[in-house]
Design a protein around this ligand. Structure first.
Ligand code: ATP
Length: 585
């Protein structure tokens, strides 16, 4: 993270340099930096944190600008117009974004461009209100009340104030639960859902905040420009420019967009000023060249470069070496007795087209029990998991869960399951790659603790318990497969579930990690958590499971104690094979 001192120096320079130089053109450049840095920081809340690459942000800028000018023409101060514009922008943002969030990647970007075009055409057609293609002038009323000045200094102060406000809000979001949820949603939507994140709600909140901030800046910029027209206010070029500052500075970082604007605005404005009419559009060429250089040499933008340097300096003092993980070990004699039912699964049926994937699957899970779910590839195990965690709706059948207060409930969505205390992992690990180990686990902890420090504390304790303590500050993408599997379990454990669904947590890991995982599962069971585990590693199934269910072609073919089930000829035939029995003998 950028240290506070360099940041303070950059911000102070934005204010002091123009005041010291006193030149009108220099003022103009610094005001423009503040405006674009604020716009880009607001965009980054949606485009960077939430990963929704909007190219329609000029809609909110335009709404802010038009609302401010129209109200000013009615004798209402732009300070009030600013809030009115922000309110309209929020409503527009929510209405536009809700359907668009179903689209991903380039499709989302294209949809936002389409909406931008709609707004531009609307501004052209509502001539009485917007002045159509002729545009609108602001009335010549000067003073703080009207946000219009002869001097540049008050304009710089307002632009700087808006920048500070935007940065402060972006920083707050990124360092609190909402920011963690946004990044988690961006990185792995399914894992975020399983951690109880309301992914649509959190994105809509981000869009609303971002739209309001963009509209604020739009109103001020209109007063600064004194004239607005649809092509300039609802312009795709403007939307791209806003996004580009964040891309160049560091997408998804709090201060990256500021760095992007500080670097690029002066270059393009100076080029525009020096070359004037001889090189119209040269600033576009400048952006293009810088963007190409950044993509080639600094894929994570300027902030990526800075954090690489600071990380290298930090790591120089830390000795490498292997660190033994410290998963809690357990003594089987300490385990609590198996209690009454906590989950009842009845008559689950699921078809995928003509394929009958689960056929009348039913079982119960009891408190403090480990239930092994085994069967050949394609038997339907993961499909059952998806139905008992809200990711798939069964064609028929029911899943009921006993809540903490003892009542039986029928959760439907992943969020409902998380709320009632069902946590799950995924067969293919789903880490939030750009987050550290600690942050990954915090996303789970936030389900129970909204306070950042409390969530951090729980994440640290959980990481220690899972043997991930030494990697707390490492990015998840750097972990081995064994580490990633443990991280998956840690994230769910931080949610403090009462029922844990583990999907092949031992697949692909070495013997040491298997033994460690077995100890870990025993210790989890001892804390009273009930576990359903899909597993192919029979060593673990045999030593851990209290009961085993065998699924084959979507049907339960055997159920009972592990030692009995593995002797069942039907199970041997369908899944284990004769070699397993020979090896056991
Ligand atoms: N979304 C889907 N659409 C169509 N078919 C699917 C879908 N999901 C799973 N299937 C099919 O359903 C069957 C059961 O898949 P499932 O992943 O539940 O099996 P599994 O027992 O978990 O297998 P594995 O041990 O390989 O993970 C497979 O034939 C699979 O191809």
């Amino acid at each position: 993270m950028l240290k506070a001192i360099p940041l303070a120096v950059i911000l102070a320079s934005l204010l002091l340099i123009p005041v010291m130089v006193g030149n009108q053109f220099v003022y103009h450049i610094f005001i423009t930096i503040c405006i674009f840095a604020a716009l880009s920081t607001a965009w980054n809340i949606v485009g960077g944190f939430a990963g929704q690459l909007s190219l329609g942000h000029a809609i909110f800028y335009g709404i802010g600008a038009y609302t401010g000018v129209i109200l000013m023409n009615m004798g209402i101060s732009p300070w009030i117009g600013m809030f009115a514009g922000a309110a309209i922008a929020v409503v527009a943002a929510v209405i536009i974004s809700y359907p668009c969030f179903r689209l991903h990647g380039p499709f989302f970007a294209l949809a936002t461009i389409a909406f931008l075009e709609v707004f531009r055409v609307l501004a052209l057609h509502w001539r009485e209100l917007t002045g159509g293609a002729t545009g609108l002038m602001i009335p010549l009323q000067i003073g703080w009340e009207w946000m219009v000045f002869r001097d540049r200094l008050p304009q710089l102060l307002i632009a700087f104030g808006l920048l500070l406000l935007t940065l402060a809000i972006a920083w707050w979001i990124r360092s609190h639960r909402m920011g963690f949820y946004l990044v988690a949603t961006r990185e792995r939507e399914s894992a975020a859902l399983a951690a109880g994140v309301g992914t649509v709600r959190v994105r809509l909140a981000a869009v609303a905040v971002s739209a309001a901030l963009t509209a604020f800046v739009g109103t001020f910029h209109a007063m600064y420009l004194t004239f607005i027209e649809p092509a300039a206010m609802f312009s795709l070029q403007m939307s791209i420019q806003i996004a580009m500052f964040a891309l160049i500075g560091g997408l998804g970082t709090v201060f990256g967009p500021l760095l992007g604007a500080v670097l690029l605005v002066p270059i393009s404005e100076l080029a525009r000023g020096w070359l004037g009419a001889h090189a119209l559009g040269l600033h576009g060429f400048v952006y293009g060249v810088v963007l190409m250089l950044v993509v080639l040499f600094m894929p994570n933008g300027l902030m990526g470069l800075i954090s690489r340097f600071t990380k290298q300096r930090r790591e120089r003092g830390v000795s490498a070496g292997t660190i033994a993980a410290s998963a809690a070990t357990s003594d089987a004699s300490q385990r609590a007795p198996i209690g009454s039912d906590v989950m009842r699964v009845e008559h689950l049926q699921k078809h995928f087209g003509g394929l009958h994937v689960t056929n009348d699957v039913g079982f119960t899970l009891r408190e403090g029990e480990i239930l092994g779910l085994i069967g050949p590839n394609g038997a339907g195990k993961t499909t059952v998991f998806n139905m008992i965690s809200g990711f798939l709706k069964p064609d028929s059948g029911s899943v009921t869960v006993r809540a903490a207060d003892g009542s039986w409930q029928s959760p439907a969505t992943p969020g409902d399951f998380a709320t009632i205390g069902v946590g799950r992992t995924f067969q293919i690990v789903q880490p939030f790659a750009a987050m550290t180990v600690e942050e990954n686990i915090m996303v789970g902890a936030f389900h129970r603790y909204s306070d950042v420090e409390e969530a951090r504390e729980v994440a640290r304790e959980t990481a220690e318990r899972m043997g991930l303590g030494p990697w707390l500050h490492a990015e998840a993408r750097g972990l081995t497969i064994g580490g990633l599997k443990r991280l998956e379990v840690a994230r769910v454990m931080a949610m403090k579930p009462r029922i844990l669904l583990l999907d092949e947590v031992m697949a692909g890991i070495n013997q040491t990690d298997v033994r460690r995982a077995i100890d870990l599962m025993k210790s989890i069971r001892e804390s009273g958590v009930s576990i359903v585990a899909i597993e192919h590693v029979m060593q673990a199934v045999m030593s851990l499971s209290d009961r085993v269910i065998v699924l084959n072609s979507g049907k339960i073919i055997a159920e009972g104690e592990p030692r009995e089930v593995v002797k069942d000829p039907v199970v041997v035939e369908a899944y284990l094979g004769k070699e397993f029995i020979d090896a056991q003998a």
